[in-house]
Ligand binder design. Structure first.
Ligand SMILES: NC(=O)c1ccc[n+]([C@@H]2O[C@H](COP(=O)([O-])OP(=O)(O)OC[C@H]3O[C@@H](n4cnc5c(N)ncnc54)[C@H](O)[C@@H]3O)[C@@H](O)[C@H]2O)c1
Length: 340
């Protein structure tokens, strides 16, 4: 059946859903830029947050009862923008109700949750896309196109020590910096590489939040099935003023790409067919530098075209598996095999 209009409900009406400041922003603002989509329900356990987004973005209703959306036959798809501890159960409920799912990262906090999601989503036959927005940033895509077979990739997502009271630092709600944001890093290193990881070794520890038992900083090395290698540096050990928080370097033998400024800029240096190249790739389309509109366009497209998700359950699971295997490597001092 061709859907004339795709009706969306947003679950979790905080910063990523509607913007972090006073000005409207986030996914709800971006949805308004996409044709053939309408906002139907806005849900938050804090009814005031749902009401605020309803006032800013419209829709048919707002509620603090997620079951209203799950039972609403008019809702085709949900955006899950809640804290990490509710992602798995909301995905499962939505899939069982036959709704397509866009879920913010990380898809889930544990490997067991990922396995359960995999089973339920497959059975339900719905589309699921994880919010790995960096894959949709135009400059990142340009780098992937220019270096198809990287030999070594370094991913660094590093920032100033998080405040202890931040929800993402909470062991249950968020899981700490590595689970929260490391998933972007592990995912991008794997996606740029284009091959499956076969093993991981990591050092790390509780370096910045001494009164918790959360591993907050990690340096991990990954070996891929095609023989290439990657290094993931993740944490909140200090500001990255020079490179920016999101910094990736892709070494392709005869040329190297450096992504910086939150992956909105890049340059490429080296040899191309013996020609010296020093290209500033930052000229690529800057209309959507962080890829946040394109990731939603992609979600709508896979629903309409019944096409495969560009970052589906397997990718969400791989990122979570790599993080837990890194933790296991830190605990045991041993290399961990990856089989996903
Ligand atoms: N892709 C990115 O670059 C990026 C950037 C920022 C945040 N995020 C992700 O977005 C998600 C939300 O982060 P945020 O910064 O918007 O947090 P936030 O605290 O601003 O908003 C989360 C909202 O979810 C609500 N909520 C919590 N549990 C709920 C439940 N069970 N049902 C309904 N509502 C619930 C809270 O009341 C809150 O309003 C997280 O997964 C986070 O990692 C992604």
């Amino acid at each position: 059946m061709i859907m004339s209009e795709i009706k969306i409900a947003c679950i979790g009406c905080g910063g990523i859903a509607g913007g972090y400041g006073q000005e409207p922003g986030g996914h709800l603002k971006n949805l308004k830029k996409i044709e053939g989509v309408s906002i139907r329900g806005l849900v938050d356990i804090n009814i005031e947050s749902a009401r605020r987004r309803f006032t800013q973005f419209g829709g048919e209703y707002y509620t603090d009862d997620v079951q209203k959306v799950m039972k609403d036959h008019e809702v085709d798809a949900v955006l899950i923008c809640t804290h990490h501890d509710s992602h798995a159960s909301l995905i499962i409920q939505a899939a069982q109700a036959g709704k397509h799912v866009f879920v913010e990262k990380p898809m889930a906090m544990t490997i067991q949750e990922c396995d359960e999601i995999e089973k339920v989503v497959k059975k339900a036959g719905i589309k699921l896309q994880v919010g790995f927005r960096l894959r949709f940033a135009p400059i990142v895509r340009e780098v992937k196109k220019r270096i198809e077979h990287p030999l070594v990739i370094v991913g660094q997502v590093m920032e100033s020590p998080w405040e202890d009271h931040l929800w993402a630092q909470h062991p249950v709600k968020g899981g700490g910096n590595v689970l929260s944001q490391g998933c972007h890093n592990f995912d991008l290193v794997c996606w740029l590489n284009g091959s499956q990881p076969e093993s991981i070794f990591a050092h790390g520890g509780t370096l910045t939040h001494k009164d918790t038992d959360i591993i907050d900083n990690v340096v991990a090395t990954i070996r891929f099935k095609n023989g290439s290698i990657g290094c993931v540096i993740q944490g909140d050990a200090g500001p990255s003023g020079y490179t920016s928080k999101f910094f990736f370097e892709v070494f392709g033998g005869d040329k190297t790409a450096t992504l910086y400024d939150r992956c909105t800029k890049a340059n490429l240096r080296g040899l191309d067919k013996e020609r010296l190249i020093i290209d500033d790739l930052s000229e690529a389309d800057q209309g959507d530098p962080e890829g946040t509109i394109e990731e939603l366009r992609s979600f709508i497209r896979i629903i309409r075209d019944d096409s495969p998700s560009p970052c589906g359950v397997e990718d969400g699971k791989l990122a979570t598996v790599l993080i837990h295997k890194a933790f296991e490597s830190i605990a045991t001092g041993k290399l961990q095999k990856i089989s996903v």
